[in-house]
Design a protein around this ligand. Structure first.
Ligand code: HEC
Length: 129
């Protein structure tokens, strides 16, 4: 009886862990060496302004204008995005999350991808949700 219970608990635990893994953000799966890449424009208002324009052009149709809303893609003003390492955001933008509907943006020049990262991480961070 106890052994059967332990077996059932182990199965339940592994199912729970698998479900949790399936819901981790793409940002958590960025390889360490890419996470550590610094944003060459960090804190530069001109780069954030350029990033805002690029975001409106390329991203807002899925993520909604102004990052607070959401259409097909999630809102991007989350605590997690604001506190993500810039290198992780750059990696997700570059590679996308293709199987979940986020296209890769490797075709944008690197400088433009960093400008978007600057825009996403500029301004006061919202509280944790
Ligand atoms: C065709 C729709 C679409 C477009 C266009 C798009 N995205 Fe996404 N994006 C998504 C979806 C869907 C997800 C959620 C993927 C997932 O579930 O992991 C996502 C996820 C993300 C994430 C990770 C969010 C998180 O919390 O894990 C970032 C960052 C992101 N997008 C940035 C951008 C940027 C910047 C652009 C423009 C260069 C862009 N996206 C354009 C659909 C899109």
């Amino acid at each position: 009886m106890t052994r059967r219970f332990a077996g059932a608990a182990a199965v339940l635990l592994s199912v729970t862990l698998a479900a949790a893994a399936a819901h981790t953000s793409a940002l958590d799966r960025v390889p360490a060496r890419f996470r550590l890449r610094p944003n060459p424009f960090q804190g530069t208002p001109e780069a954030a302004a350029a990033g805002a324009k690029l975001f409106a052009r390329h991203c807002a149709n899925c993520h909604a204008p102004g990052v607070t809303g959401r259409f097909r893609g999630p809102a991007l003003n989350s605590f997690q995005i604001r506190h993500a390492p810039p290198g992780a955001l750059f990696w997700v933008i570059t590679n996308g999350v293709v199987r979940r509907g986020m296209p890769p943006w490797a075709k944008l020049p690197e400088a433009q991808r960093w400008q978007i990262v600057t825009y996403l991480t500029a301004g006061p961070a919202p509280p944790p949700r």
